[in-house]
Design a protein around this ligand. Structure first.
Ligand code: GLN
Length: 247
């Protein structure tokens, strides 16, 4: 088979990188390379114009309200291109502040940031902030997803939008519905930092498989030795679910 490559577009790494979110890129890069898929990572810095024309996976990390405001204004100019990427089945991972930007708006009391309206959802502010470890059961991951959340935003999904999963521990979208994140086409929105992918290799492989399917017509992935990753996942899962860690 001829060499395969996948292009990952990493949006505004210097502005959106809370709790090590950029580590997600290292995981995508490694899991592709270990399988002989060449990872091509394009960082889009603030002031540059992102292009999604030949992108396979896009990534938007989390940020403070201030950073979100700056980024959103800039991304709104590329909304149409990003929307066609999403509607065409492009894989997109958006974490926390990035997740909130997928919706129609992010309302912070007397100010609202207009979102990209890529997925039918919106976010408003609540008190207190939802902070702590989180465990989520999701159909896209063979293991429970483990990580960390810290957000004032409460995200509300539109009727047809599926959550990424159900909260087993922690808060998730709004601390009330037991839902976490969103799944729409090949878009994953989530509040899970950590970063997300190192301890949740199933989510990384889900994104890579969707990208391969779209680009090369096959979602088959060579299995990797994930002993260390799965052990890290298991330890966190058991520590949290045993009730030994105060929320
Ligand atoms: N600023 C957003 C909030 O507080 C997102 C924070 C984050 O990305 N962790 O809801």
């Amino acid at each position: 088979m001829s060499a395969r490559r996948l292009k990952v577009v990493h949006l505004f790494p210097e502005l959106l990188n809370l709790y090590g979110d950029s580590g997600n890129i290292l995981v995508l890069r490694s899991r592709m390379a270990w399988r002989g898929i060449e990872p091509v990572v394009e960082e889009v810095h603030f002031g540059e114009t992102p292009s999604f024309a030949d992108a396979d996976i896009a990534f938007i990390g989390g940020g403070s309200d201030r950073e979100q405001r700056i980024v959103c204004e800039s991304l709104l100019a590329q909304r149409a291109e990003l929307a066609s990427f999403v509607e065409d089945g492009g894989a997109l991972l958006a974490v926390c502040g990035g997740y909130q930007l997928l919706g129609s708006e992010y309302a912070m009391g007397d100010e609202a940031v207009q979102g990209l309206s890529l997925v039918d959802l919106y976010t408003d502010h609540g008190d207190p902030r939802l902070i702590g470890n989180i465990v989520v059961e999701s159909p896209i991951s063979p293991q429970p997803i483990v990580g960390y959340e810290n957000h004032a935003g409460r995200t509300h999904l539109g009727e047809g939008v599926t959550p990424l999963g159900q909260v087993l521990y922690g808060h998730g979208n709004d601390g009330e519905t037991g839902q976490e994140g969103c799944l729409y086409k090949n878009v994953v929105g989530t509040y899970v930092h950590g970063p997300l992918l190192p301890k949740n290799p199933g989510v990384a492989d889900w994104l890579i498989a969707r990208a391969l399917e779209r680009r090369y017509g096959t979602s088959e992935l060579e299995p990797l030795d994930d002993a260390v990753e799965l052990e890290a996942n298991r330890v966190m899962y058991e520590r949290l679910m045993s009730g030994k860690v105060a929320e």
